[in-house]
Ligand binder design. Structure first.
Ligand code: ATP
Ligand code: MG
Length: 781
């Protein structure tokens, strides 16, 4: 038949059509940014359903975020109608949860398992390290967790890790790993990496389960394939039953596989993403077909040339011929600001000009930066000028203390084995069950080999428990049991949540407080109730619910389902939709990592300074620097029509101003493409001191060297500037804070008072910092 006239092939070029209509062997589409990979994947799904008569339920498509999944689904629905609703379009994690909810009893978990996020995992690991009596200075929970995560991404369990340990350090890590897994199992909980690993293990171990899913998913499609890690790769293999499994006789024919990706956009190596998955595709699937797309439909030639020039500095990559017929377009605008506030002001004024004179809507504009903490200055300016904005990622709603507390209540109601959640709420709000009482209960649980919850219900047996504590515990148990009966009666999640907040006294405590932050907390809880209500009323359930059940009207929208939806919200899913559905006046702020796959007519790429972007950690390390460069490539290629690049001469960091040299990525832009509105030398001419030496970059090879540089050169400056002018934040252990440079953190300890108070704050991957609060740019959340 005549392909050319088919409406599903409208607006596609030849290689795109070939990819959409390809049948049979595994298909790899590799292509640079904006060449239509995602568009092709979406059209192919529609093609499979309409032309190849594939049952929508036989399609599994993997996207990078739940939001991208929802968009893709909507597109396909537009193309082929409502029956598309029953296909599985989801992230790896959501797909695994769906499978696990049905099958996990095979590996000894209950189907109501909890999903632990980073904060839960950290709490659990802290307990594990304490139990193992490992020196907390040498063995930090986050460091151990990162290592554990690497192991899981490579599908190594604790036993493998123990066998392969090369030194006493790794032996200790492996021990912690084993103990951590044991406690997760006791809590009937899985962490994020477990979701993938457990699914792979399950499919490997149970041929009938594997066959069942292979029979179901005849078509598997993966977007952003360059960012899959080994575990995800194995999952695809298990689900497709690809032909490379030599000598292995499977009852089901391999499914059709299509993956699309761009090695130059691989930016998740730190999460174990393995670029080889894309480079080796043809080796792994010997009968594979590869299609290249070379026309870019997103950006002007200027933007494309800039991006190509930057990425060209990475070694060992396959050069690409990416072209566009969109024309030269506007030149790139460069700006060197005095400091980060000046940079934010420039961005804000430029947006005003564009919306006034160039027909740009605020929604067309995105501001990118390297780390979450950088959003704050932009937010300040936008608040001041009244420019509506939204921050993607950042201080995440679901990370706020009160939201986490409320969710912990709900989680332990659904799964009383979930000790982390249970202990979190045991004395929150304070109800006279102190640490000693908690320890007595833990001891009882240990002695009698029962769960913490069971021990609570038998608190009278706990040796050494004070009578008063016992009374309080009994009251707590009674309250929990009462709330549990609501869960058993299938009450709506929002109704249960409201009862929790009331019966626990949590809300009353916040309402009685005169701390203004507690007012905000009440609002956030109201928001959470609203989310739960919407969930209860929305016929479209969460990302991990099988759409076939929705169709059949058998879907449960109970508390467990609600918790699952919340647990699976990824960073990039934080884009809140405007209440009236009209976003056209809202500017988007986000980190470069969350910008993947998106496009905007106008892009501001900010903070282009060596030490900021590329990130300081990468400066002395070639592979990491190349990953930063790919991140720059991702950022640059988001822009459709206009691109701005900016940097600040001075940026506050470590509580003192830091003078950052220009990012090397700026030097990698072709000179003739950038129109510098204001340059470093101009500022010198205006009498400002430019310590970065204009365009000559200072070579600062190491972290330490860099710090010395900033502290030595700036000590006088810092002393003069850092007046204790502002209020010293009053902090307590457990408080969440945000720091200008380190981002979000949790207070571990506070010493000293008033002007002398020093807080130790855990900034996650940035480590634990001791900060003099008088000077440190930290703010309590
Ligand atoms: P990325 O690498 O950033 O994920 P991509 O390769 O997935 O990019 P798409 O997002 O699918 O690219 O497409 C980029 C833009 O080009 C989109 O706006 C898309 O609608 C448009 N586009 C893709 N193919 C064509 C085409 N043949 N004709 C016109 N526009 C197209
Ligand atoms: Mg894409």
């Amino acid at each position: 038949f005549e392909l050319r006239d088919h409406p599903l092939l409208d607006g596609l070029n030849e290689p795109q059509r070939a990819a959409v209509t390809h049948a049979g062997a595994p298909l790899l589409v590799v292509a640079g940014a904006g060449s239509g990979k995602t568009r092709v994947l979406t059209r192919r799904i529609a093609w499979l359903i309409n032309e190849r008569k594939a049952h929508p339920g036989s399609i599994l498509a993997i996207t990078f975020t739940n939001k991208a999944a929802a968009e893709m689904k909507e597109r396909v629905e537009d193309l082929v109608g409502k029956r598309a609703r029953i296909m599985w379009v989801s992230t790896f994690h959501s797909a695994c949860v769906r499978i696990l909810r049905k099958e996990i009893d095979r590996v000894g978990f209950k189907s109501n398992f909890s999903i632990y996020d980073a904060a839960d995992s950290k709490r659990l690991m802290t307990l594990v390290l304490r139990d193992l009596e490992l020196d907390p200075k040498r063995y930090q929970p986050n460091a151990v967790l990162n290592w554990v995560s690497d192991q899981k991404n490579e599908l190594r369990d604790a036993e493998d890790a123990a066998k392969e340990a090369r030194n006493s350090f790794e032996e200790a890590y492996a021990k912690a790993f084993a103990s951590y897994q044991r406690r997760l199992r006791e809590a009937n909980a899985l962490d994020f990496d477990d979701l993938i690993m457990t699914t792979v293990h399950l499919l490997q171990a149970f041929p009938d389960v594997r066959e069942n899913y292979r029979r179901r998913f005849r078509h598997v499609l993966v977007d952003e394939y360059q960012d899959t890690n080994h575990a995800q790769y194995s999952l695809i293999q298990q689900l497709c039953g690809a032909s490379f499994e030599e000598g292995h006789q499977e009852a089901v024919e391999p499914s059709e596989l299509m993956v699309v990706g761009d090695a130059d956009q691989s930016i998740y190596a730190f999460r174990g993403a393995d670029i080889r998955n894309i480079l080796d595709f043809e080796q792994d699937f010997p009968d594979a077909t590869t299609i290249l797309l070379e026309q870019n439909y997103r950006s002007t030639q200027t933007i494309l040339s800039a991006a190509n020039s930057v990425i060209g500095n990475n070694r060992g990559r396959k050069p690409k011929r990416l072209w566009t017929d969109a024309g030269e377009g506007e030149r790139i605008v460069g700006y060197v600001s005095d400091d980060e506030h000046d940079e934010a002001r420039f961005v804000s004024e430029e947006i005003d000009k564009l919306t006034d004179d160039a027909g740009v809507r605020p929604a067309d504009v995105a501001v990118f930066y390297r780390t979450n903490a950088q959003s704050r200055v932009f937010e300040e300016v936008f608040i001041r000028t009244g420019q509506p904005y939204k921050v993607v990622g950042g201080v995440r709603f679901y990370e706020r203390r009160e939201v986490r507390d409320a969710l912990a209540y709900l989680r332990m109601l659904v799964n009383t084995a979930d000790e982390i959640s249970l202990r979190r709420v045991l004395n929150t709000p304070k109800r006279g069950i102190g640490e000693r009482a908690e320890a007595c209960i833990a001891a009882l649980a240990d002695r009698d080999r029962i769960t913490f919850w069971e021990a609570l219900t038998r608190a009278a047996d706990a040796p050494g428990l004070a009578t008063r504590s016992l009374k309080n515990i009994e009251a707590f148990v009674a309250m929990v049991q009462e709330l549990q009966s609501m869960v058993e009666a299938d009450e709506r999640p929002d109704v249960i949540l409201e009862s929790v907040l009331e019966r626990s006294g949590y809300l009353a405590e916040l309402e009685a407080s005169d701390d203004p932050q507690d007012g905000t907390r009440v609002e956030n809880l109201a928001e959470l109730v609203a989310v739960a209500r919407e969930f209860a009323e929305d016929p479209q359930p969460g990302p991990s619910v099988d759409p076939a059940e929705v169709e059949a009207g058998t879907v449960a929208v109970g508390l467990g389902d609600f918790l699952e939806r919340v647990a699976l919200v990824a960073d990039a899913d934080q884009i809140p939709d405007a209440p009236d559905g009209d976003d056209s006046g809202v500017v988007t702020l986000m980190t470069l990592h969350t910008a993947k796959g998106l496009e905007f007519p106008v892009v501001f790429l900010t903070g282009l300074e060596d030490g900021v972007f590329p990130h300081q950690r990468s400066l002395g390390d070639q592979p990491e620097l190349e990953e930063e460069r790919r991140l720059a490539y991702v950022g640059l290629t988001r822009a459709q029509q206009r691109l701005y690049v900016s940097r600040a001469l001075v940026r506050s960091a470590w509580g003192a101003p830091s003078h950052n040299p220009a990012s090397r990525f700026l030097d990698e832009l072709p000179v003739d493409l950038v129109d510098w509105r204001r340059t470093a030398s101009e500022q010198t001419r205006w009498g400002r001191q430019d310590l970065s030496g204009g365009s000559t970059r200072l070579a600062i090879p190491t972290d330490a060297g860099r710090r010395n540089f900033s502290s030595a050169a700036l000590r006088a400056d810092a002393a003069a500037k850092a007046k204790p002018a502002r209020d010293i934040p009053s902090l307590d252990p457990g408080d969440r804070v945000v720091h200008d440079s380190f981002g979000m953190g949790t207070v571990v300890a506070v010493e000293g008072v008033a002007e002398k108070s020093v807080a130790s704050i855990d900034f996650g991957s940035e480590g634990v910092k001791r900060l003099l609060l008088r000077y440190a740019p930290v703010e309590k959340l």
